[in-house]
Design a binder for this molecule. Structure first.
Ligand SMILES: Cc1cc2nc3c(=O)[nH]c(=O)nc-3n(C[C@H](O)[C@H](O)[C@H](O)COP(=O)(O)OP(=O)(O)OC[C@H]3O[C@@H](n4cnc5c(N)ncnc54)[C@H](O)[C@@H]3O)c2cc1C
Length: 492
């Protein structure tokens, strides 16, 4: 593969990589394309995570691709169904044949002289090192490390005589039938695991340091259900998708502008679902405002039902130490357990850990600014697919893919070989994500930053991005285009 060149090299075969390949072969059919994937399978997140109850926490009408209606009645879907959907999409469009598995990209260097990237790859099965070149580098590697989840340094961990597992490393031989389980965490994974494990365990305790906002959603969309009676699925899909986009945007805006109204609505929902007299203030009243961190959704209130049934409970406390039998808490209480699940989150990593260089100089990501939420200042012919934090990932990912195709076609029409967002944008830099969640704060200083205004700002707003990315001009003052031959900068 040493001498091989492709026009577009996609890295990653999760939702984003499949989406990128689909748009590339549909909108830029003349471009040669390869997809490199470090693992041996398609699906990324939806193939990696295998813990009980694994499911989406946003609706499938917006997590699904615009070009392929989500086929199921469930709007909050289980992991295996999502994986099947992604795999089927890849095979329906022949994308699976373009994926090279066991190919981990470790480094990529741009040469302005050759107007191409040289990409260094490590085979994860044989250890062999390979290189190939590409004209455009499209990084679809998600946002977290695959080799390990985040595990805090718990006092006395080695004393515990039962089993401790991180959900990212769930194994088939983990037996929790009739067992006492403690799930540490208060995020999306914890609220998914607790009701799912409570179906078979003796009891499940969710141990959280501090509460999150938890909101119940119908597992099946009532509007979609009603429309499906007299409309074909392909028409129902875009209608429900837009309904959900608008509701999500409304909820986010309301949370940011009128947090007290949102808090009151969430509280009302909790009071209706939880047993009378339940201590909502201790277990479900966060110290932050709604959407300062990602909100947890539970389908049909399954977590609340498990609490009501007595098969699950919540302890809001601090871990003092692990003991032989379980966990001793700061309050003095002790939680006995046979199995402890540490749903303590992800380790974030930018651009799949790929080292980037431009003309021999290493690119320090925190010194770059994102351009239109998909390219980097001073880095030519590179885009990355990152989704929304306040709505489904695929919504932004798909707009990014469409935009990259428009960009490449525009460059071909004008004879441009390279497209570079300006190196030192004249705008103040800010962190890429304004979330207060621990997993974001732990890693945000390794990530690129965003600017204070367009086009350097990451607007977490689908409607705005849609106008900008699907219909907005390709050329602006913030990007330099370079002609293929001769190499002369062209004024924007
Ligand atoms: C448990 C869980 C539940 C989630 N639920 C939702 C949800 O309901 N809604 C939502 O919007 N988002 C959700 N997310 C976020 C989710 O990750 C995205 O929705 C989406 O699946 C991301 O797709 P992706 O293809 O960008 O990244 P991933 O799914 O992470 O796929 C990235 C792929 O790139 C490969 N890769 C990484 N680095 C390299 C490299 N250097 N070389 C080669 N290959 C590489 C990986 O092996 C992987 O296959 C969830 C995340 C988790 C962890």
């Amino acid at each position: 593969m040493g001498d091989e060149h492709v026009d577009v090299l996609v890295v990653g075969a999760g939702i984003s990589g499949i989406c990128a390949a689909y748009y590339m072969q549909t909108k830029c059919p003349d471009k040669t394309l390869a997809v490199l994937e470090a693992r041996d399978s398609i699906g990324g997140t939806w193939d990696l995570f295998r813990y009980p109850g694994i499911r989406s926490d946003s609706d499938m009408y917006t997590l699904g691709f615009r070009f392929r209606p989500w086929p199921d009645a469930k709007t909050i879907a289980d992991g295996p169904s999502i994986l099947e959907y992604v795999r089927e999409t890849a095979s329906m469009h022949g994308i699976d044949r373009k994926i090279r598995f066991h190919h981990r990209v470790v480094r990529a260097e741009w040469s302005s002289e050759d107007a191409r990237w040289t990409v260094e790859v490590e085979r994860t099965d044989t250890g062999e090192a390979l290189t190939l070149t590409c004209s455009f580098f499209f990084v679809c590697t998600g946002y977290y490390r695959y080799d390990q989840g985040y595990m805090p340094e718990f006092e006395g961990l080695e004393r515990f005589e039962g089993r401790i597992v991180h959900p990212q490393n769930w194994a088939d031989d983990i037996d929790y039938d009739g067992k006492r389980v403690v799930v540490i965490g208060s995020g999306a994974t914890a609220v998914t695991l607790v009701p799912a494990m409570a179906e078979r365990a003796a009891h499940v305790t969710m141990l959280q340091r501090s509460p999150s906002y938890v909101v119940s959603l119908p597992g099946q969309d009532p509007v979609a259900k009603a429309l499906r009676r007299f409309l074909p699925a392909r028409l129902v899909y875009p209608i429900v998708r837009w309904k959900n986009v608008l509701i999500t945007m409304l909820v986010f805006q309301l949370s940011r502008r009128r947090p007290s109204v949102m808090k009151a609505m969430i509280r009302k929902g909790l009071e209706q679902r939880l047993p009378a007299g339940y201590d909502i203030d201790t277990h479900f009243k966060p110290r932050y405002n709604p959407w300062d961190q990602r909100m947890c959704l539970v389908p049909d209130g399954d977590l609340f039902d498990a609490i009501r049934a007595g098969s699950a409970s919540i302890a809001t406390d601090q871990i003092e130490t692990f003991t032989e039998k379980g966990i001793k808490l700061a309050s003095g209480a002790e939680l006995e357990a046979d199995l402890i699940v540490s749903a303590t989150g992800l380790n974030l990593v930018p651009l799949g850990g790929i080292a980037i260089a431009v003309d021999g100089e290493a690119v320090e990501l925190p010194e770059t600014l994102t351009y239109k939420g998909m390219m980097l200042s001073g880095v030519p012919n590179l885009a990355f697919a990152v989704g929304y934090t306040n709505a489904s990932w695929t919504l932004k990912c798909e707009l990014t893919c469409e935009y990259v195709c428009r960009l490449l076609n525009h460059m071909d029409e004008r004879g441009y070989a390279a497209c570079t967002p300006r190196k030192d944008p004249p705008v103040p830099a800010e962190p890429l994500i304004d979330f207060s969640s621990g997993y974001v704060l732990r890693a945000i200083d390794q990530f690129p930053r965003q600017g204070s205004k367009a086009p350097w700002r990451l607007y977490q707003n689908y409607a705005r991005d849609l106008v900008l990315l699907r219909f907005g001009p390709i050329e602006d003052d913030a990007v330099d285009f370079t002609q293929a031959e001769p190499r002369v900068p062209v004024a924007a």
